[in-house]
Ligand binder design. Structure first.
Ligand SMILES: Cc1ncc(COP(=O)(O)O)c(C=O)c1O
Length: 401
């Protein structure tokens, strides 16, 4: 038998720890379900997935589409969906987007592969934030790009600024800057002037600004969109605001010059985004009234968790202005990977350790997803509150800032 060769690239890519944590929590759920178990139900705060299901109109539209032919669509997506998304940007953000610049993707994940592959060649530099969503950097590395990290912290409310970028170890203008607003895991939000500053920084260096707006709609306010810049790439998805994570559908708005290169990449890498999901998504775009209401619950869930953390002396908590995460420094209680496995085992609370999101300080941080229902968040807060009252504080934190 020929030994299977694993590429250096595949051997080097780290796991996306959120998904490993999800598996560990599911395994616990299976144990809980057995007749002999007396363990409490797991509180799921590990995965960034809304507890609310997809809008009813999306389900009905996908069901109706079952009767229609559902072969491949155009690689760039169904024309009616691309036009409807352009309209969505006009309604939500007041930005004019030519439907020709809208590219439907298999989730923002595929959007990230397509954008980076279209913008950068092996060896080119791409800037990402730290803490930040780890798959940007890992995707860039798989594509042979050089990843440069810009470190954000509480001094700027975890927002990326030109000063932070200037402090990053860069020799020349990077091919792309990837930034999320609202951000995962910190929930920080870029204002209109923040976006303009970052755009200027990019323009001065011949860098394409790539803004991930997947968490738009999860904050109480309407946020400014980078679709106002015709030379920016904007990534979006039906996974978060639209509560359609498993449908694997997203979109990008790309500069005109990138449409055909992205189309050629998409034709070769994915052929086309999923057809049934596109019909569902087309209907979901009309369900904004019910979806907007969920943003309020994310904010109140975040507050429940922040309150319990603060009452036990946790001070460094990112602002959680958008998205549905609480990112908190729990270094005082020990290493976050160890802490999260202890919580899962001892009190049935699943949360995600931070080192995936931040290679430098993530061992101190935990990310809690508050996209679940309020009952679960309250239960998790109560269990954590009881745990904190008896938890030994670990001086390890102050040594390893
Ligand atoms: C910031 C960010 N971008 C992209 C993604 C990938 O999303 P999708 O489900 O659309 O592939 C996620 C998923 O959690 C995310 O948090």
């Amino acid at each position: 038998m020929t030994p299977t060769r694993v590429s250096e690239r595949a051997a080097a890519i780290p796991a996306f720890e959120v998904m490993d944590t999800v598996r560990a929590a599911r395994e616990r759920d299976e144990t809980v379900r057995t007749a002999e178990s007396s363990l409490p139900e797991t509180c799921h705060l590990e995965v960034g997935q809304p507890a609310a299901g997809p809008p009813a109109v999306a389900l009905r539209a996908a069901q109706a589409a079952m009767a229609a032919p559902h072969g491949y669509t155009d690689s760039l997506g169904m024309p009616e969906l691309r036009s409807r998304i352009a309209e969505f940007h006009r309604e939500r953000h007041g930005t004019e987007v030519d439907p020709e610049r809208v590219v439907i993707t298999s989730g923002a994940s595929a959007g990230c592969v397509l954008a980076l592959a279209a913008l950068a060649d092996p060896g080119d530099a791409v800037v990402v934030t730290e803490p930040g969503y780890p798959c940007y950097a890992n995707t860039a590395r798989v594509l042979g790009l050089e990843v440069v990290t810009a470190r954000v912290d509480s001094s700027t409310g975890y927002r990326l600024t030109p000063d932070v970028l200037d402090a990053a170890p860069l020799d020349a203008g990077p091919a792309a800057l990837v930034v999320a607003s609202p951000a995962n895991p910190t929930g920080s939000v870029l204002t209109r002037s923040d976006l303009a500053d970052l755009h200027r920084w990019c323009e001065d260096r011949g860098t394409t600004m790539v803004v991930d707006e997947i968490y738009h709609g999860t904050s109480s306010e309407r946020l400014p969109s980078a679709t106002g810049f015709p030379d920016a790439v904007v990534m979006q998805s039906f996974s978060k605001y639209f509560c359609m994570t498993g449908w694997r559908l997203g979109w990008m708005v790309v500069p005109e010059q990138l449409v055909r290169p992205v189309e050629r990449l998409s034709q070769n890498l994915y052929l086309a985004p999923p057809t049934l999901s596109q019909w569902g998504a087309l209907a979901a775009l009309g369900a904004t009234r019910e979806l907007d209401e969920l943003a309020t619950s994310y904010r109140s869930n975040a507050k429940i968790l922040e309150d319990v953390l603060r009452s036990h002396g946790v001070v460094d908590i990112a602002p959680a202005e958008g998205a549905f995460y609480v990112w908190a420094d729990l270094g005082e209680f020990g290493d976050s990977t160890e802490l999260c496995s202890r919580w899962l085992r001892d009190i049935g609370v699943a949360a995600t350790p931070g080192h995936d999101f931040d290679g430098h300080r993530g061992h101190r941080f935990v990310r809690f997803s508050v996209a679940g229902d309020a009952e679960m968040i309250n239960e998790a807060a109560a269990r954590l509150g009881r745990w904190f009252t008896t938890a030994p504080r670990d001086p390890f934190g102050s040594e390893q800032q």
